[in-house]
Design a protein around this ligand. Structure first.
Ligand SMILES: [Zn+2]
Length: 420
């Protein structure tokens, strides 16, 4: 295993740190309540910054489309023009679960393994986050405890940018035709609805949206969103007997039926879940938005059926009340489609091995834009970026792992370019 020090000494370590910190400071929180793609204006700011920087690297075919996708097409190195075109992709937005405004990233060099005080009352403590013990001697980037960091997915963007810069400057690194994509609204599962597939020629793609070193993800949940609208009947509470139907109570009854053993906080590994994102309402009307996750196709079908049955039971319990249900598919498990084009994953493993990243497979307990892209016909596994505790104030990024991801990317370019 390569040491932190060995990785931190790579010539592009400083570049990826500088980029990461700069991108993390741009507020790009997406908003599931907003209409349109992108859902928030901040994503344009980062998109424009990246467009300018890609042009600055000498790439001529760079643009931002009407939905804030940043697209750059990079010609192959001499001799590799006929090789498959490979996409490298990361997302612009950050989760809205924690504020992404005024992010103040801080570089902790030569981490000593001790608790890191982010700000008074907020400590990144190795007692609580055990994996920190593995990062003694690494450089970490942390928050000030008031916001998330946004390593998800600015780490991915910084890695791709540094890898492209390195590949363009170093003639010894061969590369196939490359398509760089920075996408909007991944966190709200919506950006890919506007993916400009018809305009891009990509034979395979890789998303940079994973965690610790070596982590490669080729399997994810089947994912649905369910929106329930409960309609009741309002009346004066003093004269409500036999008249009032309380939609808020209906929503509460529904929520209490969901099996707690099948919630995100009670599951890991291969177990799926139901997760309430939001409940709001009053007597006349209430809403419950939830997400359903399951690795198996019959499992997700069962969950959809269970939600229908529970809603029907609540309707029976509250005569006069009614419930409307809407299910939206968000993404599906990419495993089956990826296995139809095994070379895409094989070369990623080979690249990670050559880089010394010790690759291993892990199911994503979420999804990626890659799952959607795979479904559209472009095999797209996901790889590590060094992000940790994402969607949280305790989010941090490992610089050595970002460097290792750059090494892996350069090896991946070589493998695709030199493949017979
Ligand atoms: Zn992400």
């Amino acid at each position: 295993m390569k040491s932190h020090k060995e990785l931190l000494n790579k010539p592009y370590a400083a570049d990826v740190i500088e980029r990461f910190i700069r991108y993390a400071k741009v507020e790009t929180t997406s908003d599931r309540h907003a209409e349109g793609i992108p859902s928030t204006a901040g994503q344009w700011d980062l998109a424009k910054m990246l467009e300018a920087e890609l042009k600055g690297l000498g790439i001529t075919d760079v643009y931002i489309d009407e939905h804030c996708f940043v697209i750059a097409k990079i010609p192959a190195s001499p001799g590799a023009e006929k090789k498959p075109a490979i996409g490298l992709m990361a997302h612009l937005d950050t989760s809205n679960e924690v504020s992404g405004a005024n992010v103040k990233p801080r570089l902790v060099e030569n981490y000593d393994g001790q608790p890191i005080e982010l700000s008074p009352g907020w400590t990144l403590d190795p007692d609580e986050f055990k994996e920190l013990a593995d990062y003694k001697g690494d450089s970490l980037i942390v928050t000030d405890g008031t916001t998330l960091l946004g390593a998800d997915d600015k780490a991915g963007i910084a890695i791709i940018m540094s890898a492209v810069k390195t590949a363009l400057a170093d003639k010894s690194i061969s590369r196939p035709p490359l398509v760089i994509v920075f996408s909007p609204d991944e966190e709200i599962g919506r950006g890919m609805n506007a993916f400009p597939l018809a305009k891009l020629k990509m034979d395979a793609c890789y998303t940079y949206d994973g965690g610790r070193r070596g982590e490669i993800e080729s399997e994810c949940f089947n994912a649905y969103e369910a929106r329930l609208v409960f309609t009741g009947k309002s009346s004066h509470p003093g004269y409500a007997r036999g008249v009032m139907v309380n939609a808020a109570s209906m929503a509460a009854a529904f929520a209490s039926m969901l099996p707690r053993a099948e919630s995100p906080e009670a599951t890991d590994g291969w177990y799926g879940y139901y997760h309430i994102l939001e409940i709001h309402g009053a007597v006349e009307k209430a809403n419950v938005d939830l997400i359903l996750r399951d690795y198996a196709e019959d499992g997700i079908a069962r969950r959809i059926e269970a939600v229908k049955q529970m809603a029907s039971a609540v309707e029976t319990m509250f005569p006069g009340g009614s419930i409307k249900l809407e299910f939206n598919k968000q993404y599906c498990n990419m495993k089956k489609k990826l296995s139809e084009n095994p070379i895409v994953l094989e070369l990623l493993y080979e690249a990670a091995n050559r880089a010394g990243a010790e690759p291993y497979s892990k199911p994503i307990r979420g999804g990626t834009d890659g799952a959607r892209l795979t479904e559209m016909g472009v095999a797209t596994p996901n790889m590590f970026t060094g992000m940790h505790n994402f969607h949280s104030r305790y989010e941090w990024a490992s610089v050595s792992e970002m460097v290792l991801a750059i090494d892996t990317t350069l090896e991946l370019m070589r493998l695709w370019a030199e493949r017979a």
